[in-house]
Design a protein around this ligand. Structure first.
Ligand code: SF4
Ligand code: SF4
Length: 111
């Protein structure tokens, strides 16, 4: 096939019927500030782990809210719990507790 210099990304549809929303309900109970995030990206921009890895806290948050938990267990371990992200969050999201809560939910429910 002729090389046109670009590739077509594989189709990525999200089937919400297959994703469990239970982890989101648990997370909302454990850390209610999860719902006031405006996805500004400030946390990701200042993240300490982001400087050394491909860790993206905003992506973790989005995947969790979608119920796409399958890859999160490995991903969340990259966070150093330094709390830097929390200091810049304009909405005051308690990110450290959010991360710890996600960690507990994934661990205790074997997700
Ligand atoms: S800095 Fe706060 S409001 Fe902005 S994306 Fe991160 S958690 Fe959400
Ligand atoms: S607590 Fe985790 S997500 Fe927040 S800045 Fe530190 S390493 Fe990044």
């Amino acid at each position: 096939m002729k090389d046109f210099g670009y590739t077509i990304n594989p189709d990525r549809q999200i089937n919400y019927d297959q994703n469990s929303k239970e982890p989101v309900y648990w997370l909302e109970t454990m850390e209610p500030s999860v719902n006031i995030c405006i996805s500004c990206g400030g946390c990701t921009a200042t993240c300490s782990a982001r400087q050394f890895t491909d860790f993206n806290i905003r992506k973790v948050h989005t995947l969790m809210m979608r119920g796409e938990t399958h890859s999160l267990k490995k991903e969340i371990k990259k966070c150093m719990l330094c709390g830097k992200c929390q200091t810049v969050c304009p909405r005051g999201v308690n990110l450290r507790n959010l991360i710890l809560s996600i960690h507990k939910i994934l661990e205790f429910n074997n997700l």
